[in-house]
Every structure is written in structure tokens, then in C-alpha cells.
Write a protein that binds this ligand. Structure first.
Ligand SMILES: [Cu+2]
Length: 532
């Protein structure tokens, strides 16, 4: 059973090193992760079994409808397990993939098939969603919509052709499991690399409370209870924003705008619903940060993935500028800046010219809080220790890169002419802690019906005082009613802002469309879009 073998490298390799090592087959072989054992939480890459030249068989869970004849299959095996992790000074019991946090980085080449056997060893059902990848509907991992959740003690095989290159991630789509450890990077290497760089590092951002401030379910009860004056439950360790909600009588949207009107404005710094006890990069807290190497003269690619449940981050690499080259895996017209803002579910790829030797903090400030996540860049030959880290280095006050400034590198030749144009109103508030789309709270919500092939325009109107990163499954959309608008799968919409997204409903099935703030999603801010 070659495909059931699991290999992973014992440390991170640079892209070039990885390729050359694969060539000579020098790999450290390690057994599949143990259940309920202390886990290493360094970021690790598992390498797939040898690609097969055979066409893929259909997956067990649905019909495979490849868009191209796959040249190879990358096969992985992932176990969802109860694990104990050390996070700084804390020891927590949580859910992980293969005992690792983040889960193993999965890599596949554009046009190949990805096959992942999921072995659910959790005491509850789970699924995997392939965030950003336009998969066949049956592979999308939304429980009770595209598949029954994978029952405890059973397996499910996901298999699909990966039609797009770029930086993606995979995560559970069941309940509040995402606010445990069930996420990992999914890197799709292009058939032909158009970017030039010397090494790459994947940085997965997260907010962490599980096992430190109760559980995600406790956090949800506190959020809901706070609005009802019920403060009687459990530990009260979760500071919350007081009394925010939809403004009464708010019928118009002063100051709202779409691109390009928004492009010049800088986003507000918004206090989140939840302030977490820990913020992590690659599963590491600030007192034992993830460290990565650089070399003077090289160009470094950082793949930033925000896997947090409820935190927008602002990221800066002290002593360096950032050159933003991709968002949500898609190429853009490069933008330079000092810091970037990344919402939940978004991915930003930046290039960094390594021209300032030393030991430097990469800070991911949790917007609206006093806390940060941290990683460390150490130049080769630099043996010093990290200078004291502030949560607000000066770079964060510099030029900010954010989604509404981005222009696609692949512009349309003509303006988008919608067949169907819908206002989509985002409502809700901290008071009742119910979040809605067009006044309906999922699952008590009508599906939005769209005909296959229709060109659809959504006018997303945020009528609340909180930001919402809206994520569409199965499709990319173009932001801002412009032929140059960025192609994305997630777009962050600030309070009282309207953002237009244009998309072609070319992937049949039932697709989730939801806020990627997990607690907004769980309390109603989701709809199913039926494309048929
Ligand atoms: Cu939201």
C-alpha cells in the first residue's frame, strides 16, 4: 500500500533544496503521527507518495469530473486526532491533523490530482474543505450540503484535479472545529513558475483559545450570553467588545464606496469580537517563535495564510519592505509597502529583498488588540538574539497593503455584464449575536438560486459595525466592478462598506457563501448558492 505510507521531512527545506532532495531520494522517514501523544509543533512538510502515471479512479465520495487529464496523483493520508500540544507555557488538548500544528503542508502541482484519505480518529464528525480551490461539488467538504460529515472511526477519500496554482489552505468545515487545530497549508506549484525568488517560507497565522480560555463552544456561549445579560457561565476569561451592534435606524450607508473610490482610504483599526490569549505563527507562540533563515542578497517569498477564526492581522517584517505579488493565490500587479492587512481566510504572497542582515521579528499584530503573533527571520551568519519586540513596530504605521488596493495581473478585456445582479445585505450585531445575510440566519435560510453559466454580480453591503471576510466556495470572483479587479475567493468588507463581486457560475452544485469569521458563520452568516 504505497499510498498509505506517510513521509515527512524532519525540517523545513527551501523550495530549491526540497526539489533537489526529492531528486536523490534523501528523506527522513517517520511513522504516521501517534494518537494522543505530545506532538511536535514545528511546521513540517509531508511529501506525497510517488506520483502515479495512471489516470485516477473516482473517489469514494462522489463523481470526479476533472477539467484536464491529470498527469499524476499526489496522494496523502491525514488523520484527524486528539492531540496534546505545548503552546508556550501552556499544554493543551485539542484536535489536529496528524498531531501537528498546523497540519502537514500539502503540496501538489497545478493540473495534477490531489488525493487525500482522511481517517477520522476524533470523537466527533469532521470534513475537510479545500479553501479557494474550485473543486467538484462533492469534494468541497461542507457537511450536510456536499457530503455527510465523516463519522468517527471512518474514512473518506477526497480526490480532485487541482486547476489553479497558488497559496491555499485546507480546514475543517464542521461547527467550531476550525478554532481548534484543524487547518494546514495547501500549496499548488504552477506548471511554470513566473515569479523569481530564491527561497520560500509558509507562515500560517492563527488565534488560539482552546484549552487555555475554555473551548470554542465556551467562547460562543459567552458571545451569545453577553447579549442576553447572562454572564453566569464558566470562566470569564474572554474579554469582549462591549455593546457593539447594528446601528438602530440605519437605513443608508454613509461613506460607503466601491473601488476605485475606496482604494485610497486606509482601513480602520477595529476591535474584534474576541481577544484571544495566544496568537500563533506556524503553531508557535511569541515565547517560542517559529524561526526561518535568510541569506543576504536573496529574494525571499513569504506565503501568508490567515487561518484564524476571528482575527484580522497586520503583518510587518521589521527592517524590510514587502512586495505583494499574489492574493488568494492569484497574480496581481505588484504593490510595495511596509505592512499588510490580512483577514480570515485570505492569503497574501510577498517577496522580500534580503538586504539587511541580522535577526528580525516578523510581527502579526492582532488588529484592535495589544497582542501579536511572532516569527523570526535570522540571516545566515547572524548569531545575535532578537531585539526586544514591540507589538506595534514602526512599519505598521507605514504604507499599508490591503485588499481593496489590489489590481489583478490578468485583467478582463471588457467590463463585466451581469445576467443577475443582487444586493446582499450583511446584518447583525454583538447584542443578540445573530449574524444574517439578507435578514436570514443559516440554517434557517433560503438558498440563492443561480443558473449554470450565469454571470452574477453581488453588491455586498455591510450594515454592521464589524468587518466580515466573505468567502465563496467553488469559484473565484472579481472585486470592485472593474476589469482590473483582483480575482479572489475571500474579500474583507469593513463596517458600513459596500463591495461588489462579479463571478461566473460555472461550477454546478450547492456552494457555501459565508463570513469567514467562524463565530459569525456559526450564528447565521452563511447561505447556500445553488448553481444548476
Ligand atoms: Cu462576519
Amino acid at each position: 500500500m504505497r499510498n498509505s505510507q506517510l513521509f515527512f521531512t524532519s525540517r523545513r527545506f527551501t523550495r530549491r533544496a526540497t526539489l533537489s532532495l526529492f531528486g536523490v531520494g534523501v528523506l527522513t522517514t517517520v511513522l504516521a503521527a501517534c494518537r494522543q501523544s505530545p506532538a511536535t509543533n514545528t511546521a513540517q512538510t509531508i511529501t506525497p507518495t510517488t506520483p502515479s502515471a495512471q489516470p485516477t479512479a473516482g473517489p469514494s465520495g462522489g463523481t470526479l469530473t476533472p477539467t484536464a487529464s491529470p498527469t499524476a496523483v499526489r496522494a496523502y493520508r491525514v488523520e484527524t486526532v486528539v492531540s496534546e500540544l505545548e503552546l508556550g507555557s501552556h499544554r493543551v488538548r485539542t484536535f489536529t491533523y496528524n498531531g501537528q500544528l498546523p497540519g502537514p503542508e500539502l503540496r501538489v502541482r497545478e493540473g495534477e490530482a490531489l488525493r487525500v484519505v482522511v481517517d477520522n480518529r476524533l470523537p466527533e464528525p469532521t470534513t475537510i474543505h479545500w479553501h479557494g480551490i474550485p473543486v467538484p461539488n462533492a469534494m468541497d467538504g461542507v457537511p450536510d450540503v456536499t457530503q455527510p460529515a465523516i463519522a468517527p472511526g471512518t474514512q473518506f477519500t477526497y480526490e480532485f484535479v487541482v486547476p489553479v496554482a497558488g497559496t491555499y489552505f485546507y480546514h475543517t468545515h464542521v461547527g467550531l472545529q476550525l478554532d481548534r487545530g484543524l487547518y494546514g497549508a495547501l500549496i499548488v506549484e504552477p506548471r511554470q513558475e513566473t515569479l523569481s525568488y530564491d527561497r520560500e517560507v509558509t507562515l500560517v497565522l492563527d488565534d488560539w483559545l482552546d484549552g487555555i480560555a475554555g473551548t470554542p463552544e465556551d467562547a460562543l456561549r459567552q458571545l451569545v450570553g453577553a447579549g442576553h445579560g447572562d454572564h453566569g457561565m464558566g470562566q470569564n476569561t474572554m474579554p469582549m467588545t462591549p455593546g457593539m451592534g447594528t446601528m438602530p435606524g440605519m437605513g443608508t450607508m454613509p461613506g460607503m464606496g466601491t473601488m476605485p473610490g475606496m482604494a485610497g482610504g486606509s482601513p480602520q483599526e477595529l476591535t474584534p469580537d474576541l481577544v484571544y490569549p495566544l496568537y500563533l505563527i506556524n503553531g508557535r507562540s511569541v515565547d517560542a517563535p517559529f524561526e526561518f533563515a535568510g541569506k543576504r542578497g536573496e529574494l525571499l517569498r513569504l506565503r501568508l495564510i490567515n487561518a484564524a477564526s476571528a482575527t484580522i492581522f497586520r503583518v510587518a517584517l521589521v527592517g524590510h519592505r514587502l512586495r505583494l505579488v499574489q492574493v488568494d493565490g492569484q497574480p496581481i500587479e505588484p504593490l510595495e509597502g511596509d505592512a499588510l492587512r490580512i483577514g480570515m481566510g485570505e492569503r497574501y504572497d510577498v517577496l522580500v529583498q534580503l538586504d539587511n542582515p541580522g535577526v528580525w521579528p516578523l510581527v502579526a499584530w492582532a488588529e484592535g488588540t495589544d497582542a501579536t503573533a511572532l516569527a523570526v527571520l535570522r540571516y545566515e551568519g547572524s548569531s545575535g538574539s532578537l531585539s526586544p519586540v514591540t507589538t506595534r513596530p514602526s512599519e505598521l504605521a507605514g504604507e499599508l497593503l490591503h485588499g481593496l488596493r489590489v489590481r489583478s495581473a490578468n485583467a478582463e478585456s471588457a467590463p463585466f455584464t451581469p445576467d443577475l445582479e443582487l444586493p446582499v445585505v450583511l446584518s447583525g450585531g454583538m447584542g443578540q449575536y445573530v449574524w444574517t445575510i439578507d435578514g436570514q440566519a443559516y440554517p434557517n435560510a433560503e438558498p440563492i438560486r443561480v443558473k449554470l453559466g450565469q454571470r452574477v454580480r453581488f453588491r455586498l453591503q455591510n450594515m454592521t459595525t464589524m468587518p466580515h471576510p466573505m468567502h465563496l466556495h467553488g469559484h473565484f470572483f472579481r472585486v470592485g466592478q472593474s476589469p482590473q479587479g483582483a480575482l479572489r475567493d475571500t474579500v474583507l468588507i469593513d463596517p458600513m462598506q459596500e463591495v461588489t463581486i462579479d463571478w461566473v457560475a460555472d461550477n454546478p452544485g450547492h456552494w457555501a457563501f459565508h463570513c469567514h469569521h467562524l463565530y459569525h458563520q456559526e450564528t447565521g452568516m452563511m447561505r447556500i448558492i445553488e448553481v444548476s
